[in-house]
Design a protein around this ligand. Structure first.
Ligand SMILES: Cc1cc2nc3c(=O)[nH]c(=O)nc-3n(C[C@H](O)[C@H](O)[C@H](O)COP(=O)(O)O)c2cc1C
Length: 207
């Protein structure tokens, strides 16, 4: 079956600098016959998690919006790229609301789906944003793909990212590494199966 990459764009601009970074990766995925879907999140009216835990029973978020619509795409994807414009040295707030709710409510097994994060900003806070986004993958058993630097593209006004030759090269390297990882994991699953998981122990350090 053809492989798929879900790409989540945290920018409010579907054709902004973050999209430029993602589109550079799309070229590589397409060259390897890997399908891509881009979901733009930053221009949507999305609220944060209210910790109602309804999803524990239903497997869906109580707010039936783009989060629930994206969950099946996530389930079917072999890899997920999350890209964000840098806002105050952090990811876009709407994206964080979206990711909190998506990762918390979508209960399917995410183990060995490849994850990659990208930060796009004018000047500073890119690595803090990159670290922040990688946390979602690391708690979900998702191997984090890396490239030749801490994935980041520079630009302020829309279109400027296309002038960042090094940043765009990072995107291509990252995409090529992801292709290798996705294919290797597919082979590994066939040959060895997924790792055996213990029943999770859940302590809160007060008892
Ligand atoms: C509210 C706000 C905060 C920002 N904070 C930062 C920042 O901390 N560091 C930085 O380098 N750029 C910052 N920027 C600039 C954006 O990250 C930059 O313009 C980026 O290219 C926008 O990506 P987009 O075109 O995909 O929306 C900020 C922009 C906005 C609107």
């Amino acid at each position: 079956m053809a492989m798929k990459v879900l790409m989540i764009n945290g920018s409010p601009h579907p054709n902004g600098n973050t999209a430029t970074a993602l589109n550079e990766m799309v070229k590589i995925f397409n060259a390897h016959d890997i399908a891509t879907e881009i979901v733009t999140v930053g221009n949507q009216n999305l609220r944060g998690c209210i910790a109602c835990r309804a999803c524990t029973k239903t497997g869906k978020c109580v707010f039936d919006d783009l989060v629930n619509a994206t969950a099946p795409q996530f389930e079917q994807a072999d890899a997920v790229v999350v890209a964000s414009p840098v806002y105050y040295a952090s990811a876009n707030g709407t994206l964080i609301s979206f990711l909190d709710r998506l990762f918390f409510s979508a209960k399917f097994d995410k183990t060995m789906k490849v994850g990659a994060s990208i930060a796009v900003g004018r000047r500073g806070g890119l690595t803090a944003t990159y670290d922040e986004l990688n946390k979602y993958f690391a708690i979900a058993g998702m191997p984090i793909a890396s490239g030749q630097y801490w994935n980041g593209v520079h630009g302020r006004e829309i279109g400027e990212a296309s002038q960042d030759a090094e940043g765009l090269q990072q995107m291509r390297t990252l995409a090529n590494n992801m292709v290798f990882l996705m294919k290797s994991i597919a082979l590994g699953k066939e040959r060895y199966g997924l790792p055996v998981r213990e029943t999770p122990t859940f302590t809160n350090f007060v008892r």
